[in-house]
Design a protein around this ligand. Structure first.
Ligand code: GLC
Length: 555
């Protein structure tokens, strides 16, 4: 037996490493499968970390790998301080973190504080102990309305469709803002608060560098009696927050939620370097969203406003300007994200005409309207270079460095996203962006693992495989690698300066040291501004910048 080699921790100890970092999201089930059961696992991910190092990212964020029934892709957590046996063991997690640190990569884990799985020991206890018990108070149980309590306590709707309440055999109802397998925790309960402090320390002590906080805007609920009805189903959606005075929605973005994060900050800051955090908060108002990112709270919040902005120069400029202002107003750094495990991949999404409903497009199997894949890739590459030139942190989703499109035509028989069944099969859900990654051009699952893949990969995935792009000039993978290498050298202050003398549909801004980014969204060729071409998302012809192209220029 060989002795375990002690490897130095090459990752940066700079307490501000996260302010302008590039973070790569690993969705473990779909990243790499070491044991060949068709489901990605931690050992598979560890074996592939050199891909991230070669890409040049600063950190990886692991979506949930905790024990789970996978009723919601792992966001239904049985135990927040363990590893799902199908994905590995705590030792496998330690090996992954050690390898990441050896490669100079930080590790961020997903924290799911809004709910547990219905299989969590606490919820089973709550069912056993019955109404009025302390175990029930860790969740949100209420009696129903109607003569026999047969109606749900309120008209609140689940984010995934249908009532947000489910009845248990003794007649009470419990709240679940997501699937019925994800009962919401009661954050007014001190045991709940204490348990998550333990979880934060548990992972921080294992060397985790930061946390991504799932549905960070939903923890605080107005549970004062009588619970309030909302009056219309659409008001249960976070997109409807604009219809409410700030902080007054019964379960989204309430002011009390911030006390939780101020409490957590004390734990983050007790580590060296301090642990970082990023809020997943689908809060439409950038200023409200920025409150989660205050230095005395989580430090960052995902910029979903940017993700939701279409391919339009004026709208992008407005969103970027507002996002930077909102982040800087609270002392946070901005964040940018184009794709993640919950949305249509940007190589497809950015091609959908304005106003297209993503779900209707998915239901059409990606045919109405048809998306030209090559044009989508061209646009995605331009969008990515624009994003990577912005001040702040960029969050990448696995596979976007390969230019993967959405798999919009997954046959409905294979769909596993609970959204499909819970909406009565009217929303197809998120599986199309969760199809396992292609690493090689051949093999039973294109190198994902020695066996198959839990969702079918289309044959065209072979041409997107890492193997097909590695070392190939002009490939999307090489574009990302070059961009990240250059970005590291060019990064400086957290501001940009817009140029106003650009043709309509062209965005141009300067960063530090003469680094300049120009994106042509105008639909026609434009003249290339002066400067040395450092990188371009598509070939330049005769000094012209073609449509859907971004170029980085130096002095
Ligand atoms: C977050 C996750 C999503 C999950 C939901 C419920 O939005 O990103 O995948 O379904 O929370 O946990």
């Amino acid at each position: 037996m060989t002795a375990r080699t002690i490897t130095p921790d090459l990752s940066s100890r700079d307490p501000d490493w996260w302010r302008q970092a590039v973070i790569y999201q690993i969705y473990p089930r779909s990243f790499a499968d070491a044991d060949g059961d068709g489901l990605g696992d931690l050992r598979g991910a560890t074996q592939r970390l050199t891909h991230l190092a070669a890409l040049g990212v600063d950190a990886l964020w692991l979506s949930p790998f905790y024990p789970s029934e996978l009723a919601d892709g792992g966001y239904d957590v049985d135990d927040h301080r363990d590893v799902d046996p199908r994905l590995g063991t705590l030792d496998d997690f330690d090996a992954l973190a050690a390898e990441a640190h050896r490669l100079g990569l930080k590790v961020i884990v997903d924290l799911v504080p809004n709910h547990t799985s219905h299989r969590h020991a606490w919820f089973r206890r709550a069912l056993e102990d019955g109404p009025g018990s302390p175990a029930r108070d860790r969740y949100v149980f209420r009696d129903g309305r109607g003569a026999h309590g047969e109606l749900p306590p309120t008209d609140w709707q689940s984010v995934f469709g249908g009532s947000a309440w489910r009845r248990v055999p003794d007649g009470q109802w419990y709240l679940h803002l997501f699937t019925p397998q994800q009962p919401d925790l009661n954050w007014q309960n001190e045991e709940v608060r204490a348990d998550f402090r333990t979880t934060l320390r548990f992972w921080s002590d294992r060397g985790v560098d930061g946390f991504r906080v799932d549905v960070a805007h939903a923890l605080a609920k107005d549970l004062s009696e009588p619970l309030r009805d909302l009056g219309a189903p659409e008001l249960s959606r976070d997109a409807a927050l604009t219809a409410f005075a700030p902080g007054t929605h019964p379960f989204f973005d309430r002011d009390e939620v911030h006390a939780v994060y101020r409490d957590w900050r004390k734990i983050f800051d007790s580590y060296r370097p301090p642990r970082t955090a990023v809020a997943e908060a689908w809060v439409p108002d950038p200023a409200r969203r920025a409150l989660y990112a205050r230095p005395e709270e989580l430090g960052q919040a995902f910029n979903f406003g940017y993700l939701q902005t279409g391919w339009d120069a004026a709208e992008l400029r407005r969103t970027i300007t507002d996002s930077l202002a909102a982040a800087h107003a609270v002392g946070a750094s901005a964040t940018w994200v184009l794709s993640n495990h919950d949305v249509v991949r940007h190589a497809s999404r950015l091609m959908l005409p304005p106003g297209t409903d993503d779900n209707a497009w998915l239901l059409s199997g990606g045919h109405a309207p048809a998306v030209d894949e090559a044009a989508g890739l061209r646009r995605a590459r331009a969008a990515t270079l624009l994003m990577l030139a912005l001040p702040g942190s960029a969050y990448l989703y696995q596979g976007e460095e390969l230019g993967l499109p959405e798999v919009a035509d997954l046959p409905t028989e294979v769909i596993q996203d609970p959204v499909w069944e819970q909406t009565g099969r009217v929303r197809k859900g998120r599986d199309g962006c969760r199809v396992p990654l292609p690493w090689t051009t051949t093999g039973p699952s294109y190198g994902f693992g020695p066996g198959g893949a839990w969702l079918p990969q289309p044959a065209r995935f072979a041409s997107y495989a890492v193997q097909a792009q590695d070392g190939v000039e002009g490939s999307t993978l090489e574009l990302y690698r070059t961009a990240l290498r250059l970005r590291r050298k060019l990064l400086d202050g957290e501001s940009l300066t817009w140029s106003d003398d650009t043709p309509a549909g062209v965005l141009r801004f300067d960063r530090c040291d003469g680094w300049r980014c120009v994106t042509n969204l105008s639909g026609t060729d434009v003249a290339l501004p002066a400067g040395e071409v450092l990188l371009s998302s598509a070939p330049l012809q005769d000094g012209r910048l073609g449509p859907d192209t971004t170029v980085w220029l130096g002095r």
